[in-house]
Every structure is written in structure tokens, then in C-alpha cells.
Ligand binder design. Structure first.
Ligand code: DX5
Ligand code: ZN
Length: 227
């Protein structure tokens, strides 16, 4: 079970210090939300930030591209030091070549799906991905409430993973707090992106440890989880 704090909820005035703080608290992954002002109505940061943060941390840098033209961004993010690069299934026929491109650059491959998009769109790609990122809010902004209707998608992903004998991670992103993390863990998620749910707590380290404990406890009880 991996908790991946999202830098989108950190203090943008001191992102290097915030990254060190997340690492000191013990997070194995750092989630980086890349927004282009077109695929989503917001802009965040680009490859230059990843390049600057890379030498500061050993955390796994999980880059989530919410971008209309990831074709021009995958290579810059790979060179900047991303460990995993995730693109959206809503890009339709462009998805397969993008997944190959990420793999050919030696990076872990992620595929994301928005709440309104049917799971049938991701199924053909599952053999090609390291992580399936199930959006539990509509992407674009941190701090939105979790959409409960996305939970069956997590269950569907877990069922497919078992049936097909695959090993991809099931990552959830958006509105993840202690309660919704537990709910997603019960449904089969194993990777939990959390921005506001962690950064809004007064003690980040304690919040991270608590979320880890909550999801570990659910995983121990879950009958759906493959060994
Ligand atoms: C939403 C982003 C998320 C976001 C989550 O567009 O993809 O990664 O940072 O933030 P919270 O946890 O605040 O919903
Ligand atoms: Zn994200």
C-alpha cells in the first residue's frame, strides 16, 4: 500500500522545502499534477520543476499529465527525472503510442481515467500499464469532494487484474482523506494520492502515518486482494 502525497496541495512558495518535508515524513512516492490550462481549466507546473526537485529526493516521482498534447511533454518529463508518467485514456486512439513512448523512455507507464469515462476504455490497455489511475474527482483542482460513484470502477479494476493475472497498481486520486482512502482500499486500491487530505492537517508526518495505517489495516482485511 503506497500513499503518494500530491505536491499540488503544498506551499508553492517553497516547493523544495515541501518536497524535503514529504520525504522526511516517510512518503515513498511524490505525486506531481501537470495541468496545461486546456485538458483541464488550470495550470500547475512543468518539467523544469521536476528537474529541480529530482536531485533533492529519492522519492518515486509520479507525474500525472492532465494535458491535451502529452506527445510533446513525455520526453521532457522523462529527461527531467520522472519515474512514472501517466496519460489519460480520454486521448483515445493516441493512448497506445503514448504508452509505448513512455515505456521506451525507460519509465513506468500510467493510464488515468476520468469519472465520466467508462472502464471499457481502459480494458484493452491493461496489459501495457504499471498503474491504472482512477480519478475520484474531475481533474483540475485540489480540494474537491470524493465522488462515491467511482468506487465500482476500483472493484472492476481489481477484478480484471485478478482474472487476467496482471500486476498493475490501482491508484486513486482526488478527495482522498482517511475515510475515503479506507473505502478505496476496501474496493481494491493499493496506491493513494492525497493532497488536501494530508497537507491541510496540522502535522503532515502524523497525517501520513495515519493514512498509511488506515489503508494497511483495510488491505489486511480485504478478501478481494490477490496475494
Ligand atoms: C486533481 C489532481 C489530484 C489532486 C488531488 O486534479 O489530479 O492529484 O492533487 O488533490 P486532493 O487530494 O486535494 O483532492
Ligand atoms: Zn493527480
Amino acid at each position: 500500500m503506497i500513499v503518494a502525497p500530491s505536491l499540488l496541495a503544498a506551499n508553492f512558495g517553497k516547493l523544495a522545502a515541501e518536497t524535503r518535508r514529504v520525504e522526511r515524513a516517510g512518503a515513498p512516492w511524490l505525486h506531481l499534477d501537470i495541468m496545461d490550462g486546456h485538458f483541464v481549466p488550470n495550470i500547475s507546473f512543468g518539467p523544469e520543476l521536476v528537474r529541480v526537485l529530482r536531485p533533492l529526493t529519492r522519492m518515486f516521482l509520479d507525474v500525472h499529465l492532465m494535458c491535451s498534447r502529452p506527445e510533446v511533454l513525455v520526453e521532457p518529463f522523462a529527461k527531467a527525472g520522472a519515474d512514472q508518467i501517466t496519460v489519460h485514456v480520454e486521448l483515445a486512439e493516441r493512448v497506445t503510442p503514448l504508452l509505448w513512448k513512455i515505456k521506451s523512455l525507460g519509465k513506468k507507464v500510467g493510464l488515468a481515467i476520468n469519472p465520466p469515462t467508462a472502464m471499457s476504455h481502459v480494458e484493452p490497455h491493461l496489459g501495457q500499464v504499471d498503474s491504472l489511475l482512477i480519478m475520484t474527482v474531475n481533474p483540475g483542482f485540489g480540494g474537491q469532494p470524493f465522488i462515491t460513484e467511482t468506487v465500482p470502477k476500483i472493484q472492476q479494476a481489481a477484478a480484471w487484474r485478478q482474472e487476467k493475472g496482471l500486476k498493475f497498481r490501482i491508484e486513486v486520486d482526488g478527495g482522498i482523506n482517511f475515510q475515503t482512502a479506507a473505502e478505496c482500499a476496501r474496493a481494491g486500491a493499493d496506491t493513494f494520492v492525497s493532497g488536501t487530505g494530508l497537507f491541510a492537517q496540522s502535522r503532515f508526518g502524523a497525517a501520513l502515518r495515519k493514512m498509511q495505517k488506515v489503508v494497511d489495516a483495510e488491505s489486511a482485511h480485504s478478501p478481494a486482494r490477490p496475494i
